[in-house]
Design a protein around this ligand. Sequence first.
Ligand SMILES: NC(=O)C1=CN([C@@H]2O[C@H](COP(=O)(O)OP(=O)(O)OC[C@H]3O[C@@H](n4cnc5c(N)ncnc54)[C@H](OP(=O)(O)O)[C@@H]3O)[C@@H](O)[C@H]2O)C=CC1
Ligand SMILES: Nc1nc(=O)c2c([nH]1)NC[C@@H]1CN(c3ccc(C(=O)N[C@@H](CCC(=O)O)C(=O)O)cc3)C=[N+]21
Ligand SMILES: [Mg+2]
Length: 297
Amino acid sequence: MTAAIIDGKAFAEELRARVADAVPGFAAAAGRAPGLAVVLVGEDPASSVYVRSKGKATTAAGMLSLEHRLPASATENELLEVVRLLNADPQVDGILVQLPLPAHIDEAAVIAAIDPAKDVDGFHVVNAGKLAVGDRSGMVPCTPLGCLMLLKEQRGDLSGLDAVVIGRSNIVGKPMAQLLLAESCTVTIAHSRTRALSDVVRRADIVVAAVGRPEMVKGSWLREGAVVIDVGINRVAGAEPGKTRLVGDVDFADAMGHVGAITPVPGGVGPMTIAVLLRNTLVAAHLRQGLPVPEGI
Ligand SMILES: NC(=O)C1=CN([C@@H]2O[C@H](COP(=O)(O)OP(=O)(O)OC[C@H]3O[C@@H](n4cnc5c(N)ncnc54)[C@H](OP(=O)(O)O)[C@@H]3O)[C@@H](O)[C@H]2O)C=CC1
Ligand SMILES: Nc1nc(=O)c2c([nH]1)NC[C@@H]1CN(c3ccc(C(=O)N[C@@H](CCC(=O)O)C(=O)O)cc3)C=[N+]21
Ligand SMILES: [Mg+2]
């Protein structure tokens, strides 16, 4: 059997096109474009790259892109003041505060200050709680929702399948597990204290790896024909000195000999995250204006 490579980049481009197609209708009804504000604290080069690509994608979709940059020395109160201004700004439908924040700032306090209706990351406890109790009116975190879209595209109905999520962070692992549970998968959440991880993973029809450890998951851990979603983004030393390359949490070449389908890194989950961010911003804009959310996004 040859494994299918799940083309997240292509699927993300389709989603972005559907979002862009819905923007003029919103603008006509609301008298303004949907707006996304991204807040970056500090000069972490990787974060700067992501923020720039989010801004470009936002503008390309016909949306208003606002960027707020604060120095790494900014206080928690200064950041909270920016969040309050964005909460009150009628042009802003979505607020994303790029994580991680500098150690002297309490991330939970900053997330709690975001208006849940503008929380396009879906990290606010109100949105996390809605996801947990099955209330579909909340914002769903971009990366897990993007993973679910790819899984459904690949496998259709997921009901009854065994799913293993490796990682239990609030931004990826936990919401991913909630989404799979809502699809009636039998869900196992593995983490750093999980014993015999390879045996746990071997039972799974669906594996979502969100660990942050380069190529940790080996081909021999994977059940024949499993669908593997690799969330990991790890920069490692490249073949030539001084060069780096991105790898996932799954040993891709090894996994190819075992699995039914797998997302590559880059070109898998990452582009979906940005496409879903635009989707969430469009949804938030419609809800905030009291307009019906367009179908098919
Ligand atoms: N493609 C995308 O759009 C995105 C990619 N990412 C990437 O996904 C990865 C995970 O991100 P995030 O969830 O924020 O990371 P965190 O560091 O917050 O969480 C990592 C999780 O992995 C678990 N873990 C660590 N080591 C092991 C191990 N040896 N065996 C099993 N589990 C382990 C940890 O367990 P414990 O809780 O016990 O410590 C933790 O639950 C990173 O590579 C990140 O860069 C993240 C967001 C978006
Ligand atoms: N509040 C907040 N929300 C986030 O969603 C958030 C965050 N903070 N902090 C950082 C992580 C990481 N993240 C990625 C988004 C896109 C790619 C992406 O597009 N990756 C490309 C490769 C990019 C490259 O070449 O570096 C790919 O996988 O093909 C990766 C990672 C969002 N995050
Ligand atoms: Mg093998």
